[in-house]
Structures are given as structure tokens and as C-alpha cells.
Unconditional design. Structure first.
Length: 241
């Protein structure tokens, strides 16, 4: 499927940029590109979005793996569906795989822990707003936040994919319903045709009227033998004594 090629391209681009950051920058280094608005800042995220963590070490990795498998199965299930919707899911799948590679292998590759305890490499730093979140906000209340937080290519693909899914979900459902209706209509037409053929075969050929003979003179008789034609010969002339 072409969707998998899109996912693979996202994974390759994500891992290539992360490898460059790991090799060329040190942790917490920040390089301004457009002042304070856009910078390259090398950070590592051990949790989910906004640095949230749940459960013991490795829990986020396991949950990410389960979610990614479910997305992959769903992409396969709708492999013939509406293309823009499938491409959006392909972006989500590629982004999820890119970050899973970090969580599973980077702890070993960068030599700071066992498998499944890796931290996601983030480096794209876009600062639109800085401040503290009000305490009334669940989970995030009281924490310092920059919009957008530091993220990576995989995160960008996931965000674009989610926006695409939200935008193309309705056309996808409409096409799915139309396809199901076409299948039902085709099945109904086939059943109607089969019933019509069945009634025609039960009626049988039209029978000939009773008492009517179907044998013509000179034609084959009932036993299959040809009936000889009768000849009338003239009588010989009578002689007077």
C-alpha cells in the first residue's frame, strides 16, 4: 500500500534529523534560527506530550506500541477507502513509529539504560507563547508552558495526521455508506433476477392442444419408421367379347 510508503518516509526523515541532532549538538544546547521564535534546542522527553508520565518506567512505551499496532490494523482494514483519510492515518502511523524507535532503542544506543526506557529526542523549538497554565486546568495546571513545546518531525506528522483525520472523516464515512448501499442494491438485483429465472423454468414449454396430430403424411410414424407413400395405378381397360 502507498500509505506505508508515506509512513516509511516519515520514519526515515524523523530518524535522520534526530541522528544529526544527537551527533552535532549537546543536550540542552539551543541554536537560534529566527530569534527567539524559532530555535533548534536539543532536549529529551521521557514521557508523553508536554512531558507527562504515567506508571513505572516503560509504561508509556508499551502503551505507544499497543496504540501503534491498533492504528496499523485499522489502516490495513480500510486499505481501499478514501485516499486522503488513509494518508492522514499514514502520517500518524509514521510519527508513532518514529517516536517508538526512540523509546525502545535510544536508551541502549546512547548508553543510558535498558531497552524500552529510551527518551524521545526533540529539537524543533517554536515559541509562540510563554507562561504558566492556570491551576484550574486538569493535569497541566500550575506548570510552565511554551506554545508550541519542543517537538520533532514525528510529532509534526502526528499533528498533521490528526488534523487530516478530523477533516476527512466525514467524506470517508459518506463514501463507506455509499459503497455498502451499492453492494446491497447489486445483491437485491441479483436475487430478483434469480427469482424471475426460477418462475420461467417452472412454467415450462407451451403444450400442444390435445387430439392434434403432429405427424404429417409421408413423415416418420410413431415408431420412427418412414411411412411409404401410397400410389394409385390406373385400372386395365376391359375387353368386349
Amino acid at each position: 500500500m502507498r500509505v506505508l510508503w508515506l509512513s516509511a518516509a516519515v520514519v526515515l526523515l524523523d530518524q535522520a534529523t534526530k541522528a544529526a541532532v544527537v551527533q552535532l549538538m549537546y543536550r540542552h544546547q539551543s541554536i537560534p534560527l529566527l530569534g527567539d521564535w524559532l530555535r533548534l534546542t536539543f532536549t529529551e522527553n521521557p514521557g508523553m506530550a508536554f512531558g507527562l508520565t504515567i506508571g513505572p518506567t516503560g509504561t508509556v512505551t508499551v502503551l505507544s506500541l499497543v496504540a501503534t499496532v491498533l492504528v496499523a490494523l485499522y489502516v490495513y482494514r480500510i486499505r481501499h477507502g478514501y485516499a486522503p483519510y488513509r494518508w492522514s492515518l499514514g502520517l500518524i502511523l509514521g510519527g508513532a513509529l518514529g517516536n517508538i524507535i526512540d523509546r525502545v532503542f535510544y536508551s541502549v544506543l546512547l548508553d543510558y539504560g535498558p531497552l524500552f526506557t529510551g527518551r524521545v529526542v526533540d529539537f524543533i523549538h517554536v515559541s509562540l507563547w510563554r507562561g504558566f497554565i492556570p491551576n484550574l486546568v486538569p493535569l497541566l495546571g500550575g506548570s510552565y508552558l511554551e506554545l508550541f513545546p519542543i517537538w520533532n518531525v514525528a510529532d509534526m506528522a502526528i499533528v498533521l495526521g490528526v488534523v487530516g483525520v478530523m477533516f476527512f472523516h466525514r467524506p470517508f464515512l459518506e463514501r463507506q455508506q455509499a459503497a455498502r448501499q451499492d453492494v446491497r442494491d447489486t445483491a437485491s438485483e441479483e436475487m430478483d433476477g434469480a427469482h424471475a429465472d426460477g418462475h420461467a423454468s417452472e412454467a415450462g414449454p407451451e403444450e400442444a392442444p390435445s387430439g392434434a396430430s403432429t405427424t404429417r403424411p409421408g413423415s416418420a410414424s410413431g415408431n420412427g419408421r418412414p411411412r411409404p407413400a401410397s400410389l394409385s395405378l390406373p385400372s386395365p381397360p376391359r375387353r368386349n367379347p
